[in-house]
Each structure stands twice: as structure tokens, then as C-alpha cells.
Design a protein around this ligand. Structure first.
Ligand SMILES: [Zn+2]
Length: 229
């Protein structure tokens, strides 16, 4: 299972709980962070204009996933101007093949007005996944802010790891002050995610992460895995 995301806090926002649950169930899980994120102006440091070091946000990612058993890979590209071109698609495809990706999680390619880097990584990853023979499922995580065009079809119950998700987002010190990283928003978002598909569970207080699906071929994959003579 591989999550391919644009920026150093995106995997925690999109799918932290889902990755933790799969890892606890025994899956090999890797987060691939495409850019170093140093071009994003920090709220904390906006007044001083301090330029973030290229490894500053990557250290925060490492701290966020520490002791989870989940690996993190950094591609160190420059954020802000990603395009789903040959270079990006090739880098992502190379990682998916190297990691033997079976289930891919990335951004949504259809979320209107989402960050240009998110859209580029979504398009590049979904494209690359079509040529990765081990990959049978692609899930597109819910954008940080509500966007038209995102219509979830899959929910993962993350109630038992929601506290850990809050703690992981708090590890992004350089981004402190961003509203979408706050505990209040994280809990609200997880609580409201269930209403679209599992209203009874949402009403009972369960927390979820929401995904769209662009590729779901579990049956075909199962038959390919059958190696009996
Ligand atoms: Zn992002």
C-alpha cells in the first residue's frame, strides 16, 4: 500500500488513519512525498519572510510517522509548479513499481480549484498506476477544504486512531496556524465524513476518512494472484 502525495503534510491530512489501520492489519505501507514543500510560505514565519530549509518540513513528516511502522520516501521535487509531465509520471511510476504497490492512495484529480500540485500528483499517480501490474485499487482522498467535484465512494472508519491523527498533524510545527491542521477541524472533518455514505455510523459518533475510486479491480487481481498450476 502506497500513498503518493504532493506536500509534506498531505498524507496525514488525506489518509493518516487509513494507513495506520492497514499497517496494524499487517500491510506494508509507504508514504511517498513528492516535494520538499519549502516554497509554501509558513503562516508562522510569513511576517519575517524566513525561507524554510528544504529538509525542514521533511523532518516534520518523519516525526509525524515515527514509531508507526510506516516508511516515508521523499522525492525532493520543488513545490508550487508541479505538472503531470513525463518527469513526474516516471518518478511516481518508478516508486510504485519498486514498492510493488497494490493499493494506491493519492489526491483527487477532480476536486475543483484544489492546489495545483495536488491535481498534478493525482493525475500523474493515477496515470502511472495503470502500468503498475501489481496495483489493483486507486483511492483519491478528500481535499483539505470542501471542493465541488469530490464525491466519495469509500469510507474508512478511523475512530480508534483519530487521536493519533491529531497528534501527527501537530508535528508540522512550521505550518502551525493553518486552520486545516487544527484539532478542531480534524475532528469535525472526520465526524462529518460519514454522513454521505454511513449516516447511522456518523450519528453514532464514528470518525471516517473519505475517498473516491478511479480503479477498483479486486476480483481481477485475485485471479492474477492465483498461481496454482
Ligand atoms: Zn498539499
Amino acid at each position: 500500500m502506497v500513498a503518493v502525495v504532493a506536500h509534506p503534510d498531505d498524507a496525514e491530512l488525506l489518509c493518516y488513519g487509513t494507513l495506520r489501520k492497514y499497517r496494524k492489519a499487517g500491510a506494508v505501507v509507504t508514504v511517498v512525498v513528492v516535494t520538499h514543500g519549502a516554497n509554501g510560505v509558513s503562516v508562522t514565519d510569513a511576517g519575517t519572510g524566513r525561507q524554510l530549509a528544504e529538509d525542514e518540513r521533511e523532518k516534520e513528516v518523519t516525526a509525524a510517522w515515527q514509531d508507526t511502522g510506516i516508511d516515508v520516501v521523499f522525492l525532493h521535487l520543488t513545490d508550487g509548479a508541479l505538472t503531470a509531465d513525463l518527469h513526474l509520471i516516471s518518478r511516481v511510476e518508478g516508486e510504485l513499481n519498486r514498492l510493488g504497490c497494490t493499493l494506491l492512495i493519492t489526491h483527487s484529480p477532480r476536486a475543483a480549484n484544489d492546489h495545483q500540485d495536488h491535481l498534478a500528483v493525482a493525475a500523474a499517480s493515477a496515470n502511472a498506476a495503470t502500468r503498475v501490474t501489481t496495483c489493483h485499487t486507486v483511492l483519491h482522498g478528500e481535499p483539505h477544504a470542501p471542493r465541488s467535484g469530490f464525491h466519495p465512494t469509500v469510507l474508512v472508519d478511523i475512530t480508534d486512531v483519530l487521536d493519533d491523527k491529531v497528534a501527527a498533524l501537530a508535528a508540522h510545527h512550521s505550518q502551525s496556524g493553518r486552520w486545516y491542521l487544527t484539532e478542531e477541524f480534524t475532528r469535525h472533518r472526520a465526524a462529518q465524513a460519514g454522513w454521505s455514505l454511513h449516516p447511522a455510523a456518523a450519528a453514532a459518533g464514528r470518525a471516517f476518512e473519505a475517498f473516491e475510486t478511479s480503479l477498483l479491480t479486486l476480483t481481477a487481481f485475485a485471479s492474477r494472484e492465483d498461481t496454482r498450476p
